[in-house]
Design a protein around this ligand. Sequence first.
Ligand code: NAP
Length: 259
Amino acid sequence: MRLKDKVAIVTGSSRGIGREIALAFTREGAIVVVNYVYSEDKASEVVEEIERLGGIAISVKADVSNRSEVRSMVRKVIDEFNRIDILVNNAGIFYPGSLIDFDEEKLEAMWRINVKGTIYCIHETVKYMIKRSYGKIINIASTAALGTASPGTTMYSLTKAAIIILTKRLAYELGEYGINVNAIAPSFVLTDINIQGKSREEINEMIERRKEKISIRRICEPMDIANVAVFLASDSSSYITGQVIVVDGGRIDYLTHSI
Ligand code: NAP
């Protein structure tokens, strides 16, 4: 039980990677706040699953790109549990598009949710962490920010690159208050963000094509990310801050060292 009685907010945990992080935190004893924006039913299912595992959770609807909704979410968590030990900034969206055909609205939406949403969540939460000289902040970046993304991900990559520098600067700003700030950079994970609108054949083709260019020869599972999130949220990582942990099965290395 590496997170026993820790209170954790996981943004965007109704589905995908966030859901898996919420469940992994539960197994380690944390009390989990399941945040979502649209998927009320899915968020309730995650809470039910957590309760089945013997854990404690609440779901809270809040658009991370809306500052007052974030403030209300954080207030609710403080009213209910009196503290926040862990914040995982996982909520994120992806719209493909190249520079030639980029869509201003989609670029702004990605920037608002992926970057400003992360800033709002940290800003509203950190004062409660500072008061207790304790906190773990984990930002979900992407290998896209490190230069190995597929074509059509330039604008998305930009938002994730911002998350990496934000992680490093905040680690510097917040270290003296006992707060660790780290990022996880996953490579391709098979979640809604990647498969929406695609046929079964297209999905299978996408998996096979990618598998061949990953040293470990399998696609990243949400649990691969959740395992690292547990480590970064726990006191086993107390001397690690400002780091980006790449979880890509060796994909970047494969692309760099193969011909
Ligand atoms: P996903 O399956 O599409 O899930 C996205 C989650 O974010 C959902 O819970 C969604 O809530 C929530 N969300 C979206 N916009 C939100 C908002 N404005 N406010 C609050 N919650 C919001 O995506 P995923 O693949 O798990 O991605 C999770 C994170 O990992 C993202 O930051 C993504 O960029 C990053 N990432 C993913 C991959 C990948 O290949 N999958 C790779 C690298 C990095 P609703 O259900 O209510 O819509």
